[in-house]
Design a protein around this ligand. Structure first.
Ligand SMILES: Nc1ncnc2c1ncn2[C@@H]1O[C@H](COP(=O)(O)OP(=O)(O)OP(=O)(O)O)[C@@H](O)[C@H]1O
Length: 278
């Protein structure tokens, strides 16, 4: 999904859209949950810009606010202070305008619907014709390597295949932005490697902008153009690391000194963010 007039900068990253507008822009954003046990400072003074074509990962220990930040972008939570724009719109406008696809930690497929009909669900809600629904479901299931599984039910598929179906569902209405909350966290390492490769291929061919939550350093370094390292109590960004690996990388790069150097910097950031009483 190359936008006309968009140039690549020296680091190989796409710049902003022709209008000069980032896909996501977060400024001085904080979010406090008021709970029976007192306030929880989930996010504190977060500043972040995501440009068109970026693959940005949020990494950090449990409770550092990764999911909360993703949910603020998706208008599933509201910030306490600060501002956020998604394609120049408020998160609510972006949600109502179906500007993003969201992939949850668990596949969340309806067990009584076939895979094809799960993928078609958002298209039904949005009023696409039956022919268009069928064509889009087929196209997106092929994109995630699930051609031939259209008539199966979720329980007939492995966990990795179910997660791929949920990615096809999020892609079905062709949003330019994908928000993915640790989609492969529950899968074993071999399946995860394979899905990482498929996701990278998908990102490369569709030119989507991706925001991705993970706990895994290798996953973050392998997939991302930028890694946002976060730390808890209060949840905040402590480092943003550029990864300039070629778009058509393969898993072999994980053995290279460049890859290990980035992984090392992420690990250092995660360590620095932990206080000694954690
Ligand atoms: N609805 C809520 N009400 C109260 N506290 C919440 C709520 N949602 C999240 N929190 C708290 O906010 C903090 C950030 O949570 P969040 O789920 O964003 O962290 P996370 O980094 O995604 O963690 P994990 O990696 O375990 O998913 C945590 O302390 C969490 O307990």
């Amino acid at each position: 999904m190359q936008v006309e007039g968009v140039e690549r900068n020296a680091s190989g990253r796409q710049g902003s859209s022709p209008a000069g507008q980032p896909v996501i822009s977060v400024e001085d954003l904080s979010l406090t949950f008021n709970t029976g046990d007192g306030p929880v400072y989930a996010l504190s003074k977060v500043d972040l810009t995501v440009d068109e074509g970026d693959f940005v990962s949020f990494i950090g220990p449990s409770g550092c606010g990764k999911t909360t930040l993703l949910r603020v972008i998706a208008d599933l939570e509201r910030q306490t202070s600060g501002s956020i724009r998604v394609n120049g719109l408020s998160p609510e406008q972006a949600r109502l305008g179906r500007q993003y696809g969201y992939v949850f930690q668990a596949p969340a497929l309806y067990p009584w619907r076939t895979i094809e009909r799960n993928v078609m669900l958002p298209l039904e809600v949005m009023g696409f014709s039956a022919a268009e629904r069928k064509e889009r479901a087929a196209r997106n299931l092929e994109l995630v390597n699930l051609k031939g599984f259209e008539k199966k039910f979720p329980w007939q598929l492995s966990g990795g295949m179910q997660q791929r179906a949920s990615i096809a569902r999020a892609l079905s209405f062709d949003p330019k932005l994908m928000l993915m909350d640790e989609p492969f966290g529950a899968l074993d390492e071999i399946v995860r490697d394979k899905l990482n490769d498929q996701l990278l291929h998908l990102w490369r061919t569709t030119r989507k902008t991706v925001v991705f939550v993970t706990h895994s350093i290798p996953e973050a370094v392998y997939l991302s153009t930028r890694i946002v390292v976060m730390s808890p109590r209060p949840g905040r960004i402590i480092d943003i690391i550029d990864c300039n690996f070629p778009r058509d990388r393969t898993l072999d790069i994980r053995e290279t000194p460049e890859f290990l150097a980035v992984a090392h910097r992420v690990r250092d950031g995660l360590r620095a963010g932990h206080s000694y009483d954690d």
